[in-house]
Design a protein around this ligand. Structure first.
Ligand SMILES: Cc1ncc(COP(=O)(O)O)c(C=O)c1O
Length: 414
């Protein structure tokens, strides 16, 4: 599948934003106006109505018995976290800093879970003190949690993160199946459960997160079937009744040419059937799906301005004041095997009868700094706005902003 899309196809696909006078609008503002508000010509802009719509898309088809958590790592921008606070049922955090964001947003501690390998004693202590649920990544981590709990005279709230034997097929990133640094191998978990009743922790339940960026309903359905079966076995092996099963997430968004939005109807139907099938085994246990990019990626654009236009041996380059230091994922260096173009546009001239093939690059002195390679766009010049869609997740905080010392990128939620 070619990664080059016509301007028309990109605009049909990126239908989440308004357009006015051939210009892209976010929250009712043109890019030039957003730049003027920020006093910046390079920024991420997020549209709150698109985030809300994504939550609604989820709620419309996923059974109400399944709670929705937001994985803050996808976009920890404070206004975004606050916006999602009232729309989701919990937050999942991957660091102490994210944990403090979640707490200060007012999310109840019982609805915050802290996952990730290599948690330091300081981080564990912080979570135990707050009362947040620790998703335990190894037997060694559990030992350290018990010790810290004894020291503080508090009872750590824990969920065992399980590395199941199965995997989430067709995922952008796989976090389960085979040997993994994440979670406790399924086989080992059953051994731990035999002993955990005697440990000074409260076992809340299990976290079974298999992968991310999945656009295949059938793969998600298959993983859910395995996850429910495993959860039922784990619950049966617990010394007392747990109250939480995190079923993972993995719902993807379409980034590249030929990809379509995840069709959730069949996933919802299958979950409904699984709820009925496992009603007795999982009764009264809170079930959670945790999503990051699905909720925020489509809501954001990265915008920068053309600083220079040049032709080199027949190839036309738009050289911009933004690049991979702000948007590593778009440069293809955040989990992609082969670089493909994110959907891009000239935001202040969305369509035109005259188009040309251009390569859009950033200001960094490296051939990796590509915003879009050989794309056909309306003829653009210095001062025009280049827009990268699908940029609301894994943006500034997943990028090497200090690389070469260029100014940091601004953000705004509209
Ligand atoms: C444990 C955990 N939860 C949630 C996420 C969020 O994934 P996504 O943004 O693809 O939904 C990840 C991604 O790495 C993860 O490791």
């Amino acid at each position: 599948m070619s990664s080059v899309e016509s301007v028309k196809v990109v605009h049909e696909r990126m239908d989440q934003f308004e357009q006015c006078d051939n210009q892209l609008m976010l929250g009712g503002y043109r890019l030039e106006q957003i730049g003027a508000m920020l006093g910046k010509s390079v920024f991420y802009a997020y549209d709150r109505s698109v985030i809300t719509k994504q939550v609604q898309r989820f709620r419309a088809v996923i059974p109400a018995g399944i709670k929705l958590h937001y994985a803050i790592k996808a976009n920890p921008y404070w206004p975004v976290v606050q916006h999602l606070r009232s729309q989701v049922d919990g937050f999942d955090v991957a660091s102490q800093k994210e944990m403090l964001l979640a707490l200060q947003a007012g999310m109840p501690v019982t609805d915050i879970s802290f996952a990730g390998p290599g948690k330091t004693d300081a981080e564990l202590l912080s979570a135990i003190t707050a009362g947040v649920t620790l998703n335990v990544e190894s037997a060694g981590e559990l030992k350290r949690i018990v010790k810290l709990g004894e020291k503080t005279k508090l009872t750590p709230q824990v969920a065992l993160r399980i590395n199941p034997a199965f995997e989430l097929k067709a995922s952008g990133m796989k976090m389960a199946g085979g040997a993994k640094p994440f979670g406790i191998d399924e086989e080992q978990a059953f051994e731990l459960l035999a002993d955990i009743g005697a440990m000074a922790v409260k076992l809340r339940g299990f976290h079974i997160f298999c992968g991310s960026q999945n656009l295949k309903p059938e793969a998600l359905i298959e993983a859910h079937q395995h996850t429910f079966a495993l959860a039922a076995k784990l619950v049966a092996a617990c010394p007392y009744r747990p109250n939480l099963i995190n079923l993972g997430g993995g719902f993807g968004v379409p980034y590249f040419a030929g990809e379509k939005r995840l069709e959730l109807a069949a996933v919802g139907q299958s979950l409904r059937q699984l709820l009925t099938q496992y009603d007795a085994e999982l009764k009264d246990i809170e079930l959670v799906i945790e999503l990051g990019r699905y909720l925020v990626a489509e809501a954001g654009v990265y915008a920068c301005q053309v600083v220079d236009k040049k032709v080199s041996r027949g190839s036309t380059y738009l050289v911009c004041n933004g690049g991979l230091h702000h948007h590593l994922a778009n440069s293809g260096n955040f989990g992609q095997v082969i670089r493909k173009n994110y959907p891009v546009a000239i935001g202040n001239r969305l369509s035109s009868d005259t188009t040309e093939q251009v390569t859009i690059v950033g200001p960094l002195c490296t051939p990796l700094d590509i915003l879009a390679d050989k794309v056909s766009l309306p003829v653009a010049d210095v001062g025009d706005w280049v827009v990268v869609y699908q940029s609301g997740a894994y943006g500034p905080t997943a990028s090497p902003q200090d690389f070469l010392g260029h100014p940091a990128v601004a953000e705004i939620l509209l």
